[in-house]
Design a protein around this ligand. Structure first.
Ligand code: 5GP
Length: 197
């Protein structure tokens, strides 16, 4: 049995988590935080997900997502090629398994930015993963972001708010919580957690 000398950290640096999962309620600003962090630190490797969603203007295949058909997604799932996948707002999203495992085997840190259902699956299949919850600064702020320009019907907004309440309740399942007060601060905190520095 290994004995830890008194006064030193019981966790050697090479035993720190290497797979970091950033998740949190929809509308909280996960992708903004990740984009900001990678602008400053492009060396942080972010998994590119497969999705059946159509590309938004400016989104590139293989960069923002791998845009796939329903049939292609069916095959990825059936062949076990996804580490996790979930349906979100009528589209399916999943993390390609091989690319993530290759990076981890090479000893490189990996970051996933996925929804809560996906984060739970990663916890099940890779319990050593570090789960980071991005929380809004306040409930009012999340309401403000979710209601946006107020162009959606009240019942749609109500449904999104109900979903957000359920999503916020997941926070205790996570190892770390970052509060999205400022993009710069949270990006810095996330960088420290991803173990790149
Ligand atoms: P969007 O359509 O706005 O790009 O993403 C919608 C949601 O899907 C976001 O919460 C995003 O984090 C999540 N998402 C993106 N990729 C994946 C993935 O590979 N797996 C899961 N479970 N969620 C994902």
């Amino acid at each position: 049995m290994a004995v830890t000398p008194r006064g030193t950290s019981p966790v050697p640096p090479d035993a720190r988590p290497r797979l970091t999962v950033l998740s949190g309620p929809s509308g909280v600003g996960k992708s903004t935080v990740v984009a900001h962090m990678r602008k400053e630190h492009p060396e942080v490797w972010l998994s590119v997900s497969a999705t059946t969603r159509k590309p938004r203007p400016g989104e590139q295949h293989g960069v923002h997502y791998f845009f796939v058909t329903d049939d292609e997604m069916d095959k990825l799932i059936a062949n076990g090629e996804l580490l996790e996948w979930a349906e979100f707002a009528g589209n399916r999203y999943g993390t390609p398994r091989a690319a993530v495992l290759d990076r981890l085997e090479a000893g490189e840190p990996v970051l996933l930015e996925i929804d809560l259902q996906g984060a739970r699956q990663v916890r099940e299949s890779m319990p050593e993963a570090q789960l980071v919850f991005l929380a809004p600064p306040s409930w009012e702020e999340l309401v403000r972001r979710l209601t946006g320009r107020g162009t959606e019907p009240p019942e749609v907004i109500e449904r999104r708010l109900q979903a957000a309440k359920v999503e916020l309740a997941a926070e205790p399942e996570f190892d770390e919580t970052l509060v999205n007060t400022s993009v710069e601060d949270v990006a810095r905190e996330l960088l420290a957690l991803t173990d790149v520095v």
